[in-house]
Design a protein around this ligand. Structure first.
Ligand SMILES: [Zn+2]
Ligand SMILES: [Zn+2]
Length: 222
């Protein structure tokens, strides 16, 4: 059965998720690659990590990527629009952390709609711009369970309790974010794994509807 392990260095850090499927993947990395590697080692052989999928280009999600990719041989995937911004100190929000942009060489450029086959799980890439130009969510279906479990890795597009990603950084767009969240309301989802804060396992649709309402207000206030 597919298991999801949350990897968070501190309550303020971005969440990374180790998805323990037949072919394991990591969704985002965080800032500290050693912390992520140690967490991965407790669950799987790091050499078996297939992909590191970045939900978007922001420093707090991506800074550890280059080192971790080297240590695990995983392929790095990110949406094309955010891949183009990986050297930009403002678009990656690196300036907010007083840091240089993360130097990442992606192996795989995503457009949206790709389906990654992880053996007992498929992950569909959904382009959800609004927080950044090339932000993505990943919609996972665990195909071996009798009642299939549907997961959403939501990056900084939505959080629990109606939270939404900020739209005031370069590439942010309140209307695009609202439309992206509207798209998420059309999906069947049993659990949400957001880029910050707690995962959601109950009343998932209520959480997403709250995020949509908040995004509509956010759009009207701009
Ligand atoms: Zn972000
Ligand atoms: Zn974030």
């Amino acid at each position: 059965m597919v298991k999801v392990h949350k990897i968070t260095a501190s309550p303020y850090a971005a969440n990374a998720y180790l998805v323990e499927a037949e072919r394991p993947v990591l969704v985002d990395v965080g800032i500290d690659p050693d912390f992520a590697l140690n967490a991965i080692k407790r669950v799987i052989d790091p050499n078996s990590l297939e992909y590191i999928i970045l939900t978007h280009c922001h420093y707090d999600h991506t800074a550890g990527t280059a080192q971790l990719a080297e240590q695990t041989n995983a392929s790095v995937a990110i949406h094309q629009c955010d891949a183009d911004l990986l050297d930009d100190i403002h678009a990656t929000a690196s300036s907010l952390f007083g840091a240089c942009p993360p130097s990442i060489k992606p192996d795989m450029l995503l457009q949206g709609e790709e389906i990654l086959d992880l053996g007992d799980l498929t992950l569909k890439v959904i382009h959800t711009p609004g927080h950044t130009l090339g932000g993505i969510c990943l919609h996972g279906e665990d195909i071996q369970r009798t009642s299939s479990l549907r997961l959403l890795f939501s990056g900084d597009t939505i959080f629990s309790n109606g939270g939404i990603g900020r739209t005031d950084l370069p590439g942010g767009d309140p209307t695009a974010l609202m439309n992206s969240i509207k798209l998420l309301t059309t999906l069947d989802i049993d659990a949400i794994y957001p880029g910050h804060g707690e995962a959601v396992y109950k009343n998932v649709n209520i959480h997403i509807e709250k995020s949509l309402k908040f995004a509509e207000l956010n759009m009207l206030n701009k």
